[in-house]
Design a protein around this ligand. Structure first.
Ligand code: SAM
Length: 243
């Protein structure tokens, strides 16, 4: 299915602040670089790695997300250390190995059978001996927010951006249809409306372990979140470090 980032990419960074920065920095201090960031999007997590002095290769399949990443990289003058590459997580080939491979908020997009395992095999190919792979998933304990979450951001010129996220179960287990509505408003006047649709998938932690094992990866650490809380059956998210 076509991915829901192309038109809304300029708005991605306005929403959904993440709390994975300290965890990633601590992991980097153990592994060192260079780092490979897959599903890098707007370079949200790739830029701090480059700012920390590491060489970073950031891979994403969305041209629009990479365009935002390129602007941010240039603005921060990190172009010498951060390379952006448009490719699919499952089959890019850099012919080199990295001590740190990062795939944050990517696995939800591996909806089709075999996509997650293909990506894991490819990550394994790009992982240096002794290196670490960091990834997270939403688990089947995750529930869509009800009612749908509506958030607004001021755009600074009198306009306001309102994002509404709606999830709908599909016939396929663990797969949700997702709609992201981006409304550009001036007062009550609707100036523009972008709808991005997609499907997202939840992964059982033991399923991730199994797929990773088949790809030749072993669990080093597993948590319920980036504050390193212990993983439980009721945890809506799982954070894995593989070796
Ligand atoms: C939710 S965003 C996460 C971006 C970034 N990792 C972050 O945490 O902010 C998911 C990103 O994965 C990318 N993506 C989805 N499927 C992909 C695939 N098969 N190969 C490469 N990138 C993919 C999308 O284009 C999007 O930029």
């Amino acid at each position: 299915m076509g991915m829901g980032y192309e038109r809304a990419a300029p708005y991605y960074d306005l929403f959904g602040a993440k709390d994975d920065g300290a965890f990633l920095a601590a992991l980097l201090s153990r592994t060192g670089g260079p780092a490979l960031v897959v599903g890098a999007g707007t370079a949200r997590e790739a830029l701090p790695l480059a700012a920390a002095g590491e060489e970073v290769v950031a891979v994403d399949r969305s041209e629009a997300m990479l365009a935002v990443a390129a602007d941010k990289t240039a603005a921060r003058r990190l172009g010498g250390r951060l390379r952006l590459l448009r490719a699919d997580a499952r089959d890019f080939s850099l012919r080199r190995r990295f001590p740190l491979v990062v795939a944050l908020n990517l696995f939800a997009h591996f909806v089709e059978e075999g996509e997650a395992s293909a990506a894991l095999r490819n990550f394994r190919v790009h992982l240096a001996p002794g290196g670490r792979l960091l990834l997270n998933v939403e688990t089947p304990a995750w529930r869509p927010p009800d009612p749908p979450v509506e958030e607004s951001r001021e755009l600074g010129d009198g306009r306001r951006l309102r994002r509404t996220v709606k999830y709908r179960p599909t016939r396929r287990p663990h797969v949700y249809a997702i709609e992201l509505w981006f409304d550009v408003l001036h007062g009550d006047l609707l100036l523009d409306r972008i709808l991005e649709r997609d499907e997202v998938r939840l992964f059982r932690p033991d399923e991730v372990r199994q797929l990773a094992a088949t790809a030749g990866l072993r669990v080093d650490e597993v948590y319920a979140d980036f504050a390193s809380a212990p993983l439980q059956d009721s945890s809506p998210e799982a954070v894995f470090v593989f070796k």
